[in-house]
Each structure stands twice: as C-alpha cells, then as structure tokens.
Write a protein that binds this ligand. Structure first.
Ligand code: FMN
Length: 189
C-alpha cells in the first residue's frame, strides 16, 4: 500500500475490537513517529503509550458534558497514545515567530503514526476533546510538557472494505476550489 492509498483509505475509527495491537506493530508506529520531521530537528516531543485498561477507561471520564462523555468510545480502545510537546520551546517559537512549531511537530508525528497504522490495518481516531489539566494529572505528565493530541488505536470491529478501513464511508470534504488560492488569497487556482 502506498501513502496516497493510506490517505484515501483512512477514516476515524471509533469502534474497536478487543484484539490487542502486537508489540512489534506498536514499535513500527512509534518508529514512524520518531522519523517525522520537526522544526530545527528539535524533536521536542514525547509519546505516552497507554495500554492499561484502567487508565484508558479513565480518559473519557475527564470530558463529561452533564453525565455523558463526548469521547466515551475511547474506553474501548486497546491502545491510546498521548502526543506531548515541550512547552518551553513552544513559547520561544511563539515569541520569535508568532507561531508554535512544537505543536505542529507533534501533529505531524502523530499523523505519521496514523498513516502507518492505516497501512497495518489498525484504526485510529485523533482526540482533541479532553481536559489538558486533568489528563496531565492522570498520565503524570511533567509540568514542562503539554498534551497536544490523543490518538485512540485498535483493530476496527467492522470489516474493512475497499471504501475505507473499518468499512467506514468517507466524510465529505470541501471542494478544492473552496480551499485553494493561487499566489494570493482568494485568487482562483
Ligand atoms: C485535531 C483533531 C481532533 C479531533 N478530536 C476528536 C474528538 O475529540 N473526538 C472524536 O470523536 N473525533 C475527533 N476527531 C476526528 C474528526 O472528527 C474527524 O477526523 C473528522 O470528522 C473527519 O472524519 P474522518 O477522520 O473519518 O475523515 C479529531 C480530529 C482531529 C484532526
């Protein structure tokens, strides 16, 4: 499978089988993250690999709306990876350049994991809805790090098809002409 195929085939998978992801495959995913590019090659990231069911079940409890969690499906993921970045460097970049490269770096690295997982038939879903403070406590993240993104991973419970991993139909995307400009914003490409 090539990268373009993985990009087309990937879906957000939210229904996972309880089959564990093999240790060798987890290592392959982490290696894909390790090889990701980063601003000035800083690699100011840290990946917390969570396979402890008790901890995974705690995660959705951190983001309750009323009594219901908006990410309740995470409790059934056999694996969650928390993508963290060093806050200090990020603040320096923000001061110097007006944007936070370290958050970009960790997002790229997490996408390496997502695409590698897709090739291996492993479903993924990015999770952005979480309470950073509560999750930092739960995962014992040091003060100098922040959590940018969580990734829920597992083999999809439903069979994959040509349409998508886990048999999931693609969600709609805006047309190119609505999101692309030529040379200057707003000029038709
Ligand atoms: C940064 C980011 C945060 C996301 N957070 C959540 C989340 O908290 N819960 C969830 O169910 N999906 C989350 N998603 C998944 C998006 O809803 C999903 O990617 C989008 O609807 C497009 O669907 P697709 O991934 O199947 O193509 C997130 C995606 C990204 C990129």
């Amino acid at each position: 499978m090539d990268v373009l195929k993985a990009i087309q085939w990937r879906r957000s998978v939210r229904k996972f089988s309880q089959q564990k992801i093999e240790y060798e495959k987890i290592l392959q995913l982490l290696e894909a993250a390790r090889l990701a590019p980063s601003s000035s090659n800083q690699q100011a990231w840290h990946f917390v690999v969570i396979d402890d069911k008790a901890i995974i079940e705690e995660i959705p409890k951190q983001v309750l709306i009323g009594t219901r969690s908006i990410i309740s499906f995470v409790k059934d993921a056999p694996l969650v990876i928390a993508g963290c970045y060093a806050k200090k460097l990020s603040h320096v970049a923000a001061r110097l350049f007006g944007h936070e490269n370290d958050i970009i770096d960790i997002a790229i690295a997490m996408t390496h994991i997502v695409l590698a997982a897709t090739e291996l038939g492993i479903g993924t879903c990015y999770i952005g809805w979480f309470n950073v403070k509560k999750l930092k406590n739960l995962l014992h993240i040091p003060r100098e790090y922040n959590i940018a993104l969580l990734l829920a991973l597992g083999y999809p419970i439903d069979a994959s098809t040509d349409e998508g991993i886990g048999g999931i139909a693609p969600r709609s995307r805006k047309e190119l002409e609505k999101i692309v400009s030529h040379n200057k914003f707003g000029q038709r490409f």
